[in-house]
Design a protein around this ligand. Structure first.
Ligand SMILES: [Fe+2]
Length: 305
């Protein structure tokens, strides 16, 4: 079987931020807007994102996964440009998205991601899903892969960036992992928040990360990919047969300028093998210096020898 290549980028935090109306700047958005004006606008740059996308597309991945935070403070006017960005990556059949906390920044914005980006976050059964049915998790089959999309995006109070899956989504995830595990496909879980956070990241953690890790430990997955932390990262999670790699990528738009955010980068996962004998190698690419092209940062064997 030929190698299947999955591209993974995250957290583009698209610039520029549209001018908010005064009425939009209530509560949490005020802080988010000031934060953008003071700091974030210099980090997340459209020219850097264009470079990331060009480098990714030059590698011609079979499919692209995007793990959330397309927008910044969930203004209504941020969602259509984000849709246009998704379309530059590819049509909905070739790009799978899960939302991040900035895509559901405040309560009145929670419907926007589905309204604008729904066909990028839909399972193969697509439109057959009836109106009342939950949107997550969804499952898409591509080559040897089953992509399982989760939503950890929930509105929170000011200064919080926590995520939550909730018991219903976790229960459905367990069923899906068990069923796909029996089938032997290569299961890739997509989620914005990392399944385990450092103690210092208490206010941006996945609050039910422990329950997610328990479901993975019981039912397994071959790979989990996430965003949120804006750095290249690899954690090993407990699985029913060996460890499960949980891999994070930097913001796809971050300028190389130091600070907590790593310069822009993304991953390619090269998957081959057969059920029970999968192999997956991650190739990390990124910017090192301003004005230069992206380079390979490293290669890691995640699954197999
Ligand atoms: Fe982010």
């Amino acid at each position: 079987m030929s190698t299947f290549v999955l591209g993974h980028l995250s957290d583009p935090h698209l610039a520029p931020l549209p001018k908010p109306r005064l009425a939009d700047l209530a509560g949490k958005r005020t802080l988010g807007f000031l934060n953008w004006r003071r700091k974030r606008h210099a980090i997340h740059r459209a020219d850097v994102l264009a470079r990331t996308v060009a480098d990714l597309k030059a590698h011609a991945p079979d499919h692209i996964a995007v793990t959330g935070d397309l927008v910044n403070i969930s203004l209504a006017d941020e969602f259509a440009p984000a849709r246009a960005f998704l379309e530059t990556l590819g049509p909905p059949a070739d790009v799978t998205l899960v939302p991040g906390n900035h895509d559901a920044y405040v309560r009145r914005a929670v419907g926007h991601p589905q309204a604008h980006w729904g066909d990028y976050m839909r399972g193969d059964e697509g439109a057959e899903r009836s109106a009342g049915e939950p949107a997550f998790p969804f499952v898409r089959r591509r080559g040897p892969l089953a992509l399982i999309g989760l939503s950890s995006a929930v509105p929170t109070g000011p200064l919080l960036a926590t995520g939550r899956l909730g018991i219903d989504q976790l229960r459905r995830l367990a069923e899906i992992l068990a069923r796909l595990g029996r089938e032997g496909v290569f299961r890739v879980v997509l989620i914005h928040h990392p399944p385990r956070s450092r103690r210092s990241d208490h206010f941006k953690r996945l609050v039910d990360g422990k329950a997610l890790r328990a479901a993975l430990a019981r039912h397994g997955a071959e790979l989990l990919i996430h965003g949120h932390d804006h750095v290249h990262s690899l954690q090993w999670l407990e699985g029913p047969r060996g460890r499960i790699p949980a891999v994070g990528v930097p913001s796809a738009s971050a300028a190389p300028r130091g600070g907590e955010d790593a310069p822009a980068g993304y991953n390619l996962y090269c998957i081959d093998g057969t059920p029970g004998a999968w192999r997956c190698e991650a190739i990390s690419r990124g910017l090192v210096r301003e004005g230069e092209n992206m380079v390979e940062i490293g290669r890691t064997m995640l699954v197999g020898d």
